[in-house]
Design a protein around this ligand. Sequence first.
Ligand SMILES: *Cc1c(COP(=O)(O)O)cnc(C)c1O
Length: 385
Amino acid sequence: MSPPIYMDSHSTTPVDPRVMEEMLPYFGARFGNASSLDHSYGHEASEAVEGARGRVAGLVGARPEEIVFTGGATESNNIALAGCMDRYSKKGDHLITCATEHKAVLETARWLEGAGKRVTYLPVDMNGEIDLEGLEAAITDRTVMVSIMAANNEIGTISDLEAIGELAHKREVLFHTDAAQAVGHIPIDVNKMNVDLMSMSAHKMYGPKGTGALYVRGIMPRVHVSPMVHGGGQERNMRSGSLNVPGIVGFGIAAKIAKSEMDGEAKRLGSYRSQMLERLIDSAGATLNADPRNVLPHNLNVRFEGIEAKAIINSVSDTVAISASSACTTQSVDASHVLLAIGLSEQQAHSSVRIGLGKFNVDGDSVIVVDAITKAVQNLMCVMG
Ligand SMILES: *Cc1c(COP(=O)(O)O)cnc(C)c1O
């Protein structure tokens, strides 16, 4: 039996074979430590890291020296939030974020509250968007930073980064965005979008797990963060520790590939998505959990009223890998905080399925998956009578 079709690309993406090929030598002969510059092994590793830094920077309109390599977007979010709130503690103690953020932001914000900082969690509308006037009203003289995600990992909502950043800058507040789901999938430009700090993750864009980056603006304004991992002073003392050279090399190649292929992929996957949505509405009574005009092209989050999402997912699991909500909450019975925040009831949230298309999906996949889901929904409706 062939493995199920993979459609859970918001939890992770497979490593592109071209990425893996470039990484392999760095597990073998090119094993040097990128900080050990007394010999050719170190130089080779360092050159590879700097090449990757340029490629990652090039994908998001940054300068290479503004890219800090980390162990992933979770760590980038922690450094951005905790590092800035500490570094700018003389300026203030207030952080603004929103209800639908990833746990890596929300839990860091909670931890900061425990450490005496104040946090505002902005609500979102039924499409998962914050209200800009609400944001403006929340900013005070004590506000240090605004952290709003670029694209949501459950319902795919894309934020108006440019407008949010402009507002933050008008009030001299830093703007951080968790762009783990956006970078490599939709165009992101840190200058055009007024971004000061931005979290990225390689494994959400066909690179390896355990590698990410934090963009930290170098000019106008030059942003500083207190280190959260202390040690040898690597990455301009913002993230100590010997660099994950193979991972970083892979991230760089993934960024290079994304830069040239992402527009075409967005069109291709967007058309699969529209076809799937239309057919799921017609044949299985699906309802979309977002505004179709403003979501990631490869995201489809739909609910089947009155039917348990888990039951659907289990009954199609031989055919397709899809999930109930974010990977981080799949172990818990709690309804998704994102779906509750957009106004769904607990029952509606538990009837929602997230489909994440990816570059290895082919034309026929969408038909197979829609058929499997439709059959499962019809069977489950019969069971419930
Ligand atoms: C996956 C994800 C993260 C965590 O990234 P890791 O690299 O796995 O730590 C953070 N934020 C969002 C929006 C994500 O989708």
